[in-house]
Design a protein around this ligand. Structure first.
Ligand code: ADP
Length: 489
């Protein structure tokens, strides 16, 4: 039996920083393989070769070969090209097919995305066979790769890759890949019996890709212990709570970390004034002034600046923010939003900026550089989510000495210890029920500490910077999980 440190792990998912990222999944697909590689594992990440991958990365890719693969129920075959590149010891293989991956950023709509990810899931396994690189464990991510465990135990069972075990991680249960049974049956080309039993079936007409993957995966993980519990309840289960309760013996939560090399305020080239724990209090003021100048906010180091970096969707608790917005802003408080998404929220934040010139900036864009500057230049970061599987922005904020204000749900609950005035302990301000008045109380408590007891505030800033938000411990938990699986017959 091989040493645990030499395990071969294949990651299969729809996005990974720096090639393509729309949210936290992209961060995890980048950072976890790197952390595992540093611990001695051999990791290969398989991604689609999207047209939207920047040229600077495409230029360094090698073409490894190609083959034709049957996909659909009618045996229709498709081209599979394989590209390869390396980054920090991790090998990346990209599955190339222009019919599927020439559109979108990278997603389009479910109708097109379902064929795209049926193709991708099957092609990823075929690529491993083609390369004769047979992993101990195949680690799949979210609904886009949920068919992998199903293909593995059906079409690919008698092939070399069939000996691998599978883990399916839920990064966000809200998105499940639901479509008509006929659509999935046709595109996946999976055996009919899978559609007769309640593997994919949601009702007489609809099939659910995530549901099938969860049934077939050897293990299920999600990205925090609290979310692992929550998704087994009706409120958070997105219709799959009973399915997850049934499969709970193979379900567990492992909290995400962040890549502490990318998110390092001392070496971050995107910051006007990099800082460490010794210089944070002074340098944060310089970053704040630079941020205010670049966002058109009144330049004053004594204002309390609240940041929000987020997809603008219902998940993120923005209706709570809307309900109290005008009561957050005052002559001493500013707000910097960076996000894109639902036009309803984009419009609301544009409006708040227009009526609060100099106090509010709504930057409706996806902008990596500005995100870094907001994490560094703000005093507090808001994450009032309705649900949050793990959440990365509160981790990045703490790493940058920015105090998180969060709702106690999912990974937010597991990573932000509430401020305890008596013990002078904790990492941020929290509230439990999904109520705007409770969010306002949490923000007001943060303001009170900032303006009335700056010494205590600064101690919390330093405590946050000292908190371990790296992948170290979680990568070890994944390693133990892979070992456990690989040793099973
Ligand atoms: P989710 O995956 O639900 O979007 P997470 O908190 O897990 O939320 O991850 C969000 C990631 O995306 C973080 O790295 C955050 O900095 C980044 N991000 C979100 N919106 C933007 C934006 N508009 N510009 C730059 N980065 C963003």
């Amino acid at each position: 039996m091989s040493d645990s440190k030499q395990r071969k792990i294949a990651f299969i998912g729809s996005e990974s920083y720096p090639f393509v990222k729309t949210g936290g999944l992209g961060d995890v697909m980048y950072a976890l393989p790197r952390a595992l590689t540093r611990k001695g594992a051999s990791v290969r990440v398989i991604l689609p070769y999207y047209n939207c991958i920047p040229e600077k990365y495409k230029r360094h890719m090698r073409f490894l070969g190609s083959f034709m693969m049957d996909l659909c129920q009618d045996g229709h075959t498709y081209f599979v090209g394989i590209m390869e590149t390396e980054l920090d010891g991790v090998t990346y293989n990209f599955v190339e097919n222009r019919e599927f991956f020439d559109w979108g950023n990278p997603y389009t709509g479910l109708w097109e995305d379902i064929p795209k990810y049926c193709y991708f899931s099957k092609a990823a396994l075929a690529v491993l066979n083609y390369l004769e690189w047979i992993p101990d464990v195949i680690h799949c991510h979210d609904w886009q790769a949920a068919l992998v465990p199903v293909y593995l135990r059906t079409r690919f069972e008698p092939t070399p890759v069939g000996q691998a075990k599978s883990v399916l991680t839920i990064h966000n249960l809200r998105f499940q890949g639901v479509c008509s049974i006929d659509h999935l049956k046709y595109w996946s080309g999976l055996p009919d019996y899978l559609f007769d039993y309640p593997v994919f079936k949601v009702n007489d007409n609809e099939a659910n890709m995530f549901k099938g993957g969860l049934a077939y995966a050897d293990r299920i993980t999600t990205v925090s212990a609290t979310y692992a519990e929550e998704i087994q309840t009706g409120f958070y289960g997105e219709g799959l709570d009973s399915h997850l309760r049934y499969h709970s013996p193979k379900l567990r939560g492992i909290v995400n970390g962040i890549d502490v090399d990318i998110w390092n305020s001392a070496t971050d080239a995107l910051l006007p004034s990099p800082y460490d724990i010794g210089s944070v209090i002074e340098r944060k003021k310089e970053n704040k002034l630079a941020l205010q100048a670049s966002l058109g906010l009144d330049e004053d180091e004594n204002r309390f600046v609240i940041g929000l970096v987020s997809r603008l969707t219902d998940q993120k608790g923005l209706d709570l923010v809307n309900a109290i917005f005008q009561r957050i802003i005052d002559e001493k408080t500013q707000f910097a939003l960076l996000g894109t998404g639902d036009p309803r929220y984009e419009g609301a934040f544009r409006y708040y900026e227009s009526v609060n010139k100099g106090r509010v900036c709504s930057y409706i864009q996806y902008n990596e550089g500005l995100a870094h500057q907001i994490y560094a230049g703000c005093d507090a970061l808001l994450v009032p989510s309705l649900f949050e599987p793990c959440g990365l922005t509160q981790l990045i904020a703490m790493r940058y000495g920015t105090v998180p204000i969060v709702r106690e749900t999912g990974g937010l609950k597991d990573t932000v210890k509430p401020y305890d005035a008596e013990a002078n302990d904790g990492n941020g301000f929290t509230f439990d029920n999904y109520e705007a008045s409770l969010l306002l109380n949490a923000i007001n408590s943060a303001k009170a500490l900032y303006f009335d007891n700056r010494g205590r505030w600064d101690e919390m800033v330093r405590r946050d910077m000292e908190k371990d938000v790296s992948w170290e411990k979680s990568a070890e938990e994944y390693q133990a999980l892979y070992d456990d699986l690989a040793e099973q017959e």
